[in-house]
Design a protein around this ligand. Structure first.
Ligand code: ATP
Ligand code: MG
Length: 448
C-alpha cells in the first residue's frame, strides 16, 4: 500500500532503518578471520588439539569462539553466530569451507578451480556451489593441511601432488606456476559407503546376467581388465569385482594412491611413493608388482596399469597368478589392447611386437569397457573375451554390449543391453570352477 507523502517528512529526522538481511557476508568473513587469529593467539595450539579430542573440550571451544565473536562489536543474530563459530572450528581443525561438502554423502567429486569457484558432482552431474575461500592463500593453506597430513608437500618446487584423505578420498593438487590462475584442487570421494553391486544394478550400469557373468569370471580366476575414460567408473567397478574374491585368498593390492576398499580380511595394501625433495627415492608400480610376486599372493589387484609395469603384470598373469584384476585408461576394448602393447614395450624395448601380442592374448581373458554417458550415467558397454592371437592380430569376441539408441525425455540416454548370442569360451572355466553360466544369457536383451 502506497503511503501519502507528508510535507512534514522533509523536516522530520528519518527513523533508524533496521537492516532485515543481517550482517553482510563480507563483514562476516572479516569477523571470522579476526576471531580465528585471536583464538590462535589466546589458546596455544597444542591445547587446542587436546580440546578438540574431548567432547566437553569441543563445547568449551565453541563457547570461547562465541565469546570472541561477541567481542567483535558487530551485532550478529544467534544463527549467524552459531554458523560463524562452526566455520571457525572447521577452519582450525578441519578443512575450512570444504567441510560441509565432505560431510555431504551425495557429493562424489569436489573440484576447486581457484578460491572463488567450487564445483561438485552429485549423481553424475556437475554443479557449481556458492562456496568460496577468502583468497588463494586461504585455499593454499587448506591444501597444505591436506597434503602435509599424509606426509607430502606442495610448493613451487613440487607443484603437483597426489594425496589421500583420511576417509580414503583421492586428492590431486596442482598450483602455480603450472596452474595459471591459482591453486587447483580435485577430490574424488570414496565416501564411507562405496558403490556396491546392488548400486550398480540400480543405476543400470549393467544387468543382472552381466553381473552374474562377471562374478563367475572373478571366481573362476579369469584375468580381467576394466577399461574406460576418466571418471567412467573403472575403480568403482574394480572395487565391486574384487568383492567377489573369496575371503580365503590372499590379495595384494597395488595403487598409486590407495582407493580400493577391500572387504576381505586377508589383504595387503601397497602404495607407490613419489620422489623426495632431491628427486630420488621414488618407488614405482613396477617395483611393487615385482615385490608383490614374492609375497605369495593368490591375487594381484593393480589399481591402474599406466606404464612399464604392464609387462610385469602380464608376465605375472601368465605365470600362475591368474585371477588378477586391473584397470586401464582407454575408450574401447581394442584401444585397451593397443595401449597395453605400448606400455609393455616401455617395460622392455627389445621384445618383438609379436611376442608382446602373444603375451597379452595369453594373459588377459576379459576386457570390460565402462563409459560415462552424456546424461552422467555409467554403463558397461562391452564385456569382451580375448580368444587368442592369429599372426599379428589379437582376436576378441564381444559377449555383452550396450547399444545407444538416442535421447529420451529429460535428456536421458536410451539404449539396450544385449548378449551377442555367443557362448564365451571361458564358460568352460566357469563350469570347471562349479559356476556354470545359464544358457539363457545367449538371448539376453534389456531396453532402458
Ligand atoms: N555406476 C555408477 N553409478 C553412479 N556413479 C558412479 C558409478 N560408477 C562410478 N560412479 C561415480 O563416478 C565417479 C568416478 O568413478 P571412478 O573413480 O570409479 O572412475 P575412474 O574411471 O576410476 O576414474 P579415474 O579415471 O579418475 O581413475 C565416482 O564419484 C563414482 O562414485
Ligand atoms: Mg580410477
Amino acid at each position: 500500500m502506497a503511503t501519502v507523502a507528508s510535507p512534514l517528512d522533509r523536516i522530520r529526522p528519518a527513523a533508524p532503518v533496521i537492516e532485515p538481511r543481517g550482517v553482510p557476508e563480507f563483514v562476516q568473513q572479516q569477523i571470522k578471520g579476526a576471531v580465528h587469529k585471536e583464538l590462535i593467539q589466546r589458546v596455544d595450539l597444542d591445547k587446542l588439539s587436546d580440546l578438540n579430542e574431548s567432547q566437553g573440550g569441543q563445547k568449551q571451544l565453541f563457547q570461547l569462539i562465541q565469546q570472541l565473536l561477541g567481542e567483535q562489536g558487530v551485532p550478529l543474530s544467534s544463527t549467524e553466530r552459531d554458523r560463524l563459530a562452526k566455520e571457525v572450528v572447521n577452519e582450525v581443525f578441519g578443512l575450512g569451507p570444504l567441510e560441509p561438502l565432505l560431510s555431504d554423502p551425495t557429493v562424489s567429486d569436489i573440484l576447486v578451480n581457484t578460491y572463488n569457484s567450487v564445483y561438485v558432482e552429485r549423481r553424475g552431474q556437475l554443479e557449481k556451489t556458492n562456496i568460496v575461500f577468502n583468497d588463494n592463500r586461504h585455499l593454499l593453506h587448506i591444501i597444505d593441511k591436506i597434503v602435509s597430513a599424509v606426509g607430502r608437500r606442495v610448493d613451487e618446487s613440487s607443484p603437483m601432488v597426489d594425496a589421500r584423505l583420511a576417509d580414503g578420498s583421492r586428492v590431486n593438487v596442482i598450483i602455480p606456476p603450472l596452474a595459471i590462475d591459482g591453486p587447483i584442487l580435485s577430490i574424488r570421494r570414496f565416501g564411507n559407503t562405496p558403490l556396491g553391486a546392488e548400486d550398480l544394478l540400480r543405476n543400470q550400469m549393467l544387468t543382472p546376467p552381466m553381473l552374474e557373468c562377471l562374478q563367475g569370471a572373478v571366481k573362476a580366476r579369469l584375468n580381467i581388465v576394466v577399461s574406460g575414460g576418466t571418471g567412467a567408473g573403472k575403480t568403482t567397478l574394480l572395487n565391486v569385482l574384487s568383492g567377489f574374491i573369496s575371503s580365503k585368498e590372499r590379495i595384494v593390492t597395488i595403487e598409486d594412491s590407495a582407493e580400493l576398499l577391500m572387504k576381505q580380511e586377508h589383504v595387503v595394501r601397497l602404495e607407490t611413493r613419489p620422489p623426495n625433495v632431491e628427486g630420488t627415492g621414488a618407488i614405482r608400480q613396477r617395483e611393487l608388482v615385482m615385490n608383490a610376486l614374492r609375497m605369495r599372493p593368490d591375487r594381484i589387484v593393480l589399481g591402474e596399469v599406466r606404464g612399464e609395469e604392464c609387462l610385469d603384470m602380464l608376465q605375472a598373469m601368465n605365470t600362475g597368478h591368474d585371477g588378477s584384476l586391473t584397470t586401464i585408461h582407454s575408450n574401447t576394448p581394442r584401444d585397451a589392447l593397443a595401449r597395453m602393447e605400448t606400455m609393455a614395450m616401455m617395460g622392455d624395448v627389445r621384445l618383438p611386437e609379436k611376442a608382446i601380442k602373444a603375451q597379452i592374448a595369453a594373459a588377459v581373458h576379459l576386457i570390460v569397457q565402462v563409459s560415462r554417458q552424456a546424461d552422467g550415467t555409467r554403463r558397461i558397454t562391452h564385456i569382451s573375451e580375448i580368444t587368442g592371437a592369429q599372426s599379428d592380430i589379437i582376436s576378441m569376441t564381444d559377449v555383452f554390449l550396450f547399444e545407444k539408441q538416442g535421447l529420451g525425455a529429460n535428456g536421458k540416454v536410451r539404449g539396450r543391453f544385449y548378449s551377442t548370442g555367443i557362448m564365451p569360451r571361458f564358460s568352460e572355466k566357469l563350469i570347471a570352477a562349479g559356476i556354470p553360466m545359464p544358457l539363457s544369457i545367449r538371448d539376453h536383451s534389456v531396453e532402458i
